[in-house]
Design a protein around this ligand. Structure first.
Ligand code: ADE
Ligand code: ZN
Ligand code: ZN
Length: 285
């Protein structure tokens, strides 16, 4: 009994230390999105980006800033996600009710847009809004940032996974959320500049026209549906804190076979939409 209580305590402490619920796509994902967007910025948008950020900065260099300050500026923490329950009936109009006190990724994207469009907003506020916007357009395209199953977007669902990059010959414990955030990270060969170029190569005019545009709540709803239909549908409901209560592991080919196509499309859409948004905002400034 004592042993069990101790191992529970140990697990609980470990659990606290391994939580990083704020990180969205890891750096590879966010940078890929920023590169795709940059490839499509108009000269007017570039001028504004450099005026706000300085000549040596760009979308890529600021795209992970919001994650770095989330711990010290706790009011920004809820801006990285929206919790839409995957076991309940939803439509995209419900999302505004779900965004509690307007403190979620959907409403925050709109607030940052407003600041950037406001002729009278001080440059320091605009600089910050731009850095937030680049990051949050990325976050809202990460399916698990727009979903929850009583598990904080997968942060409380633990699995075993065989053959991670760090430990290729044994099982490691992963939680679903950070596993998804970092799906791209171990594939070091997919450096973000190259990955962006590769994804853009296969882009058709049709895709560009149908994908770019839309409203943040539509993007969040797309993410939610992917989370519900492709990620959560196979998994047991609720938290899986007691490790391996499910009794099954995430399959070895989870990324390579099952999720890679989805991830690539989310990155492309995020990049296209970010560029479209910035080009519009800065078109007559
Ligand atoms: N952090 C990142 N995504 C989240 C989510 N969907 N719910 C709670 N915390 C999160
Ligand atoms: Zn995340
Ligand atoms: Zn984030």
């Amino acid at each position: 009994m004592i042993l069990r209580r101790h191992s529970f305590l140990l697990f609980f402490i470990l659990f606290l230390f391994t939580q990083s619920p704020l990180l969205a796509w890891g750096a590879v994902g966010h940078k890929t999105i920023a590169f795709i967007a940059q490839d499509r910025l108009t000269p007017e948008a570039w001028t504004e980006v450099h005026r706000l950020l300085g000549p040596s900065q760009d979308l890529v260099s600021v795209c992970t800033w919001a994650d770095m300050i989330a711990h010290t500026r706790s009011e920004t923490a809820p801006w990285h996600y929206i919790q839409v329950n995957v076991r309940e009936e939803q439509n995209s109009y419900d999302l505004s009710d779900i965004c509690r006190d307007h403190q979620c990724v959907v409403d925050q994207i709109e607030r940052d847009e407003e600041i950037l469009k406001d002729r009278w907003a001080p440059p320091s506020a605009k600089r910050e809004a731009l850095k937030f916007l680049v990051h949050f357009v990325g976050d809202v395209h990460q399916p698990l940032h727009c979903a929850e199953d009583n598990d904080r977007g997968g942060n409380e669902k633990w699995f075993r996974y065989y053959g991670s990059q760090k430990n290729p010959n044994r099982y490691t414990w992963v939680n679903l959320h950070s596993f998804w955030d970092n799906l791209l990270e171990p594939h070091a060969k997919e450096n973000p500049r190259k990955l962006a170029a590769q994804l853009e190569q296969n882009l058709t005019e049709d895709q560009i026209n149908t994908w770019q545009g839309g409203m943040p709540k539509d993007w969040a709803y797309e993410s939610f549906r992917i989370a519900r239909d492709n990620i959560y549908s196979e998994l047991p409901a609720g938290p899986l804190l007691e490790k391996n209560r499910w009794g099954q592991d995430l399959p070895d080919d989870y990324y390579t076979d099952q999720m890679r196509k989805i991830v690539y499309e989310r990155l492309l859409k995020a990049g296209l939409r970010l560029a479209y948004l910035l080009n519009q905002i800065f078109q007559d400034q």
